[in-house]
Ligand binder design. Structure first.
Ligand code: 9D3
Length: 234
């Protein structure tokens, strides 16, 4: 898979992409992530990427030209499945979207700032708009990093067997059951007896029961959806 990210803050990706799972995936050539500095696609001497809004008002608007030039340059090298604009008013990211995106070959992620981007970019160049949640960020960069992480970990070969994406309970719409490690007793805080029983079947059932009960209590919306989905499976 190939992910191209367009941003005016390329350094924001140095940290998240040079650690842990994404780092390993890049080293193993399972994904190719390229960060493009939008200022490299300007033609004026001040490398201007934003301008005053028509009609007035506070804040600056990101201009069409540098973004169009950058996207055109990328499209001359590859055919893209989606041009994703990270936007607070986009479709709310969920596991289903990440699963679908992990099956694509080439993605562009466009990060916005300021008051927004010229609407004509969204009309003519963007194919998909994604938000990562109902809170206000300073720009699309952290959202693009979140989206990238959620996609890359799903690529075949990225996760080992024990951390396999398929064993993620979120993958079947439930939150995770509680986990414990040594010591068996700390102060007077004990590990649930069943986990020490060595009875695999009992442990499996306990974990499903815990995950189900936790989902019902903590994430009623997710629980209702899970109930609906398991009805459809039968
Ligand atoms: C001027 C009104 N703002 C709408 C609430 C516009 C605006 C706010 C924040 C435009 C961009 C931003 C910066 N945020 C993102 O670019 C962003 C985002 C977010 O803020 N929350 C959740 N997901 C995302 S994806 C991109």
């Amino acid at each position: 898979m190939n992910i191209d990210i367009i941003t005016i803050f390329p350094e924001m990706f140095d940290g998240p992409f040079s650690e842990s799972i994404i780092k390993r995936a890049v080293q193993k050539n399972l994904v190719n992530i390229n960060i493009h500095n939008l200022r490299d696609y300007t033609t004026d001497k001040h490398h201007k990427v934003d301008d005053y809004p028509f009609g007035g008002g506070a804040g600056m608007v990101m201009m069409i030209e540098p973004i169009d030039r950058c996207i055109s340059h990328l499209k001359s090298k590859r055919e893209y499945d989606e041009v994703i604009f990270l936007s607070p008013d986009g479709q709310l990211l969920n596991q289903g979207i990440s699963n679908a995106m992990s099956l694509k070959n080439n993605l562009i992620m466009l990060c916005g700032h300021y008051k927004g981007i010229d609407e004509r970019i969204r009309e003519h160049l963007v194919t998909m708009e994604i938000s990562i949640g109902d809170y206000v960020l300073s720009g699309g960069e952290l959202a693009a990093a979140v989206l990238t992480d959620s996609i890359v970990r799903l690529l075949p070969g990225v996760l080992g067997d024990e951390t396999s994406a398929l064993s993620d309970s979120f993958q079947d719409g439930l939150v995770s059951p509680p986990v414990y490690t040594r010591p068996r007793v700390y102060n007077d805080w004990e590990v649930p007896e069943v986990l020490l029983s060595g009875n695999d079947k009992l442990i499996r059932e306990w974990r499903i029961q815990q995950a189900t009960e936790r989902t019902r209590k903590r994430r009623p919306g997710l629980f209702d959806q899970h109930q609906q989905d398991s009805l459809g499976e039968q």
